[in-house]
Design a protein. Structure first.
Lengths: 448, 448
């Protein structure tokens, strides 16, 4: 058993200003109580539960700062993204993901949902082991010390009725049935009703499913993916209505909205996350909220791609828990994502005060972990997985604030994270080493 | 003479990727050339000209993370802001400003425009020395090692036709003439046609003027402030059309827009900065652009206050140079301000690619310094003031990027600044010490 004393904390149930003692055994909190530090390890500053990054494309980290040549249109971004995707081998994918996950850990992220669609070799030829790319991500997360939900993504076409083009061939399994067959081959022990572990029983990894989007998965194939996830009690994620053009194309093809397509496929529900959920009708909001589907907002990416500002508050009020993700990794900083949800809603409405800081912390901790199939993470309470993220409250950014939940959401940055425990293990990284690792991993993509 | 070798640089005229040698003498660059490092001090990473923070209310630093209680409406913010203003004495103002300016230096800011309106004692009674508050800012900047343009601000009322209320009495000189009389009493050596130095001839300080807004300065008083600045070749700044309500009240009072009020007062021109410039008519844009008035955007504050997204690109295309400011200091990070100009325009238009990174760097360096009355700062070239700001290009944020201007604008943060020279003097701060100083300065406001 190991004990920690948190000078100040936010537990998921509220703030603690006068010291909190926690005992950790076998990766879980066994006791949480107020009291003096005694012999416990002191964590000075403000300690939070572990943060959950619910939407990641790890390989996009290689795009950071690289898509702004000239004025950097959407096509600059997409060309670079596909160029990187073409150059990835299992080894490079592993190296880039490990470095990216370490950057996440450096900023207090203890769990990540990886929206993984780069399944096959050049030209779409399956590798000898058809899951070698996804397994590279599982290995990368294990070495980086981050909890991973591998969202094995079904991606079948480049648009409504259009086959995969170019590098997209590496993404496609041909049909949803063949996607399900491949995804089921992973050596996983399924345990119905709860999240599932991949081979080896690693308790810090899960496998879930994803529908890339209604653009990339035909209407009649979506139910196959939804059923696969439902049968296994596994999380199901999908990009949804990120841009107006997607909605227009969906209506033209099917006469209904992307949310309708997911709803009729039985794809909505408390284990489902709708990623972006930017351009919605009132009926879409009611369908998502009424089914308890989570809304995963990725505001720094949505700024970067010019998507617009989604109705985060209306979704929450309708019943959709909010979660957040760093998505394209233009920035990896969930503190910025949390405040961006509120700040962008302010820009859109020209009013302040939509999201209390505590609700944004819920999104980035407990609600986030739940949406990834880890309902026992993201809170500091007995029985929960022992994640602790300590913020320096005396940095140039945080000094002079209240050292409370508003500090975490409206003042701190990932650079203020000084200590990270995941499942009771100290996974704090050396930032300089991670910088060097990121540099090597991105440079490797330039080689032939 | 001292020599530096910059591994990579952005000079204001373009990128340098293969080493730049600069000589510094008496605070200015005397030579700038390519070549090997030799005996020069090596600055590894990416070195930029000094950054100019063109809009600051130093005392708002005490609000950071403090205006989000509950949902944090606009009134939460304003109540806290006025509460802090009431508690400021010359000593506390000095201490808070010095700490805030040091935080700026920590993030690579070498010059700041302080929009200063807290002139008088409680109840509006002038201090024995009526400029003691502004002089406290000049002293704070000197000790912090930052270049300061003190924008002595005329603030006469709480709204169109309404007298000052409560703490606003501390802001008001009664009339613009009495404002001019007080502002002219500062022991300044005026040199027509160029910026001016306050008493003592400190070459790193200037005095300029500001019209708080057309809300706070009656239409017939604005020309007095404008003439004062024009006669002295001094910078003139004004808050402009930050919120829709201001425009509506101005039209109701005068039948014209706030921009029209400034234009008819002779207040527009190349030495003028319109701060925010958020809600403009086409005619406003033409007036501002046609007169060469700078547009000072403060996007992190504009997000925080829910102002909306101003037409930065249209203003620039019409002839208005862009500058940036951290304003309320919810964040002090001009890297975030630079990218936020582009990213918020993307949100507003749902298109990418409005501002090349190089133009955003111009805004935060050369154009910014020029708008503060320092046309000889913000570029790395012979004869210019020797400011150098070096970014770590191997941090978790910047590693794997191109280590170029896009890195500075779209990947870096203030936390990546590792070395700062201002006018040839190394002013690099110890971040932990600045954190402690900020903490003390804000805590002092809680005491009676």
């Amino acid at each position: 058993m190991r004990s920690y004393w948190l000078e100040r904390a936010w537990t998921g149930r509220g703030p603690v200003r006068d010291g909190l003692l926690v005992d950790v055994e076998d990766g879980r909190f066994t006791a949480v109580r107020s009291g003096p530090p005694g012999q416990a390890t002191r964590l000075l500053g403000l300690t939070l539960p572990g943060l959950a990054n619910c939407h990641s494309h790890a390989f996009h980290r290689a795009l950071r700062g690289r898509t702004q040549l000239g004025r950097g249109t959407f096509w600059t971004w997409r060309t670079r993204m596909y160029d990187v995707a073409e150059r990835l081998t299992p080894d490079r994918y592993f190296a880039l993901a490990r470095a990216t996950y370490r950057e996440m850990v450096a900023t207090g992220i203890t769990g990540v949902g990886e929206f993984h669609y780069l399944h096959h070799g050049p030209g779409g030829t399956p590798y000898d082991d058809p899951n070698v790319m996804g397994d590279a991500l599982l290995a990368a997360a294990r070495e980086a010390g981050i909890r991973l939900t591998l969202l094995d993504t079904c991606y079948l076409g480049s648009g409504f009725g259009a086959p995969p083009e170019g590098v997209q061939e590496r993404f496609s399994d041909g049909t949803a049935e063949r996607w399900a067959e491949r995804a089921s081959r992973r050596g996983v022990t399924w345990s119905a009703g709860s999240a599932v572990s991949p081979g080896g029983g690693d308790p810090s990894a899960r496998v879930g499913a994803a529908v890339h989007s209604v653009r990339a998965v035909p209407r009649d194939q979506v139910p196959v993916v939804a059923a696969w996830a439902r049968d296994r009690g596994a999380p199901l994620h999908a990009h949804l209505s990120e841009q107006v053009a997607e909605n227009e194309a969906c209506r033209a093809a099917y006469g209904i909205t992307p949310t309708d397509v997911l709803a009729e496929a039985g794809a909505l529900g408390p284990l489902t996350s709708a990623v972006h959920a930017t351009h919605l009708t009132d009926r879409d909001v009611a369908l998502l909220g009424g089914s308890g589907t989570s809304a995963c907002f990725c505001p720094t990416t949505e700024r970067d791609l010019g998507d617009g500002v989604g109705p985060s508050r209306r979704l929450r009020d309708a019943g959709s828990p909010l979660t957040v993700g760093s998505d394209s990794h233009a920035v990896i900083d969930l503190f910025e994502e949390m405040r961006a949800v509120e700040l962008d809603e302010r820009l859109a409405t020209q009013e302040r005060g939509h999201w209390p800081a505590a609700e944004l912390l819920d999104a980035a901790t407990g609600d986030g972990h739940r949406s990834l199939g880890f309902p026992d993470a993201g809170r500091i309470e007995p029985g929960a997985r022992a994640d602790l993220v300590t913020l320096d409250t005396a940095s140039v950014r945080t000094a002079g604030t209240g050292a409370d939940e508003a500090t975490a959401v409206f003042a701190a940055s990932g650079a203020d994270v000084v200590r990270v425990l995941r499942d009771g293990v100290d996974v704090t990284v050396d930032r300089a080493e991670v910088g060097a690792e990121l540099d090597r991993a991105v440079r490797a993509l330039e080689e032939d």
